[in-house]
Design a protein around this ligand. Structure first.
Ligand code: MLT
Length: 229
């Protein structure tokens, strides 16, 4: 599913949803939880996040790529990994990533948080689960995005012997990944529209970090509204 806006075309009941927003929401979640963050609660609005801050949560996220003024941290994996947040609970809202998770939450059986940073461990989990899977790419405001499509392709590539692809988007993602896999960083940096946006916002260093495959083997799962490893 290349953007959550077409999610109704995919039947999620009884399936596992893998949600990704490589630049940068799910990369932050994977990197932060791997570093020691205790949990992440994804919410839709800034107001909801500020309510959580009254209960002691760290607030994180952005609008249009820029940190929300009232929040503790923005949407850079480097911020989420800082030692002062180890053992802490984060409440997060972003332009597209937390929207995709919220949409998936309405219907899927189980929700896994994926990024290039943890793609192989997600694949291993799916192999052991033996269930149908929908990969939900956050995209950008209703449009597919290259980096999320590449994640979908990378995941499908690792599952090829296990699965039948049931739609053209999966085949397109796989083909795109195979064409770019030897230079993922450059492909994302030079071609992805959100990479260009982030470069303008001085978040260029996040691009190379988020484009790494298998930086860690953290497997974040959403349970009862909360994402933990
Ligand atoms: C999003 O949810 O749209 C992104 O994570 C935006 C960003 O890179 O900050």
């Amino acid at each position: 599913c290349l953007t959550p806006e077409i999610l109704s075309l995919h039947q999620l009941e009884g399936k596992i949803a893998v949600v990704t927003d490589v630049l940068r929401a799910t990369s932050c979640m994977v990197a932060g939880l791997n570093a020691g963050v205790k949990s992440v609660i994804p919410v839709m609005t800034v107001e909801e996040a500020l309510d959580y801050s009254k209960k002691g949560y760290i607030t994180a996220g952005e609008r249009g790529g820029v940190k929300v003024k009232e929040f503790t941290i923005g949407n850079s994996p480097q911020e989420h990994m800082q030692e002062e947040y180890h053992g802490k609970d984060i409440c997060m809202t972003t332009t597209n990533g937390t929207v995709a998770i919220t949409e998936a939450k309405k219907r899927a059986d189980q929700i896994v948080i994926g990024a290039l940073l943890n793609v192989t461990v997600v694949a291993e989990f799916l192999k052991s689960a033996q269930k149908d899977v929908v990969i939900i790419c956050a995209g950008w405001k209703g449009n597919p995005s290259l980096e999320d499509t590449l994640f979908a392709g990378a995941l499908i590539d690792r599952l090829q012997e296990e699965c039948n692809l049931t739609d053209d988007a999966s085949f397109m993602a796989l083909t795109q990944y195979k064409a770019c896999k030897d230079n993922l960083v450059e492909s994302i940096q030079f071609n992805a529209s959100h990479a260009k946006r982030l470069s303008g916002l001085k978040a260029k260093s996040d691009l190379a970090f988020c484009a790494q495959e298998d930086y860690c083997d953290a497997l974040p799962i959403l349970r009862n509204g909360e994402i933990t490893i």
